[in-house]
Write a protein of this length. Sequence first.
Length: 318
Amino acid sequence: MALLDATNAEIAFTPMAAFGSLVEADTTIYSWLTPNPAHQIRALGTGFTYSGNTPTGGTVTSITFDLIDNTHPYGFTDVTITGISVPLADLVNLSDPAAGEVRFWDVILSGNDTIRAPLAAGGKFFGDFLSVQATLAPVARTGGDDVFYAENTSLIRTTLSRGGEGSPHALIGDAATVNGTLSGSFIWNATVTGGADEFFVSKKAGFTVIGDVQVAGTYAIVNGGDDTVTSTINIISATEGNRFGLYVGDVEVNLGLVNGGRDTIRGSNFAFANEYIIGDVLENGDVGAPATLNGGRDVLLGRAGQDIIAGDVFRMQA
């Protein structure tokens, strides 16, 4: 069970983990830079072995991320991952960095994990999979029962997604994207079955919370888990840049098939916070791309805030 702790992150977290160039390699440290931007990742453990720059053995027990931008140079640990014991060779792919990035997160977040979002920055966090993609055969994955905490002390911009784009600052229970494939007359579905994830958002946390999958693409099937969202945010929406809470039980953008779970979403009891509480899907379908939703049996509690509540779907289009 991994603990991904991004509470100290100085800039927004993105799940970049692809290999760009080697920084350091010995028996206990393997460090690399991602492609632009060149964030530094350090894998720490024991028994590391190599063939050239390629890891061949050893066990990773912790990982750190040093995120960089124009105003934040190297030298600060933004994110740590602990509570793991995984093969180093599974974390990088020098010949196919993009595939290595997907594999990195599959391996690291394979169990029932805990994720702590930044206190003063945003980012995109998911509990299990960066991408689930069917290419030449169907694929099916099942998410773990993950727990997310977001206790931001500074405001994060929340946006209502449109046109198939997911929110830039999001907590996602299981997978960021899920896509199947049409090959000739064959349809290869990609299926994700969500875990029973829990989300606790408080203070100024303006993350979009999504119980299972952020974007379910064409030929994707999402079987929603029984997720729980608890909000105690204290954003004064009218005076703090029209920020608001946004909580979706299953999928933010659906272009495939969603079978809704039995989710429970509790809005904040703070009277000045605007919150959108959606039982299953925020955006269902797109122009020329109809989608199917079978709504779940959800419990949606607005409490004292100024809330907009939709039992199944907020926006439908085709």
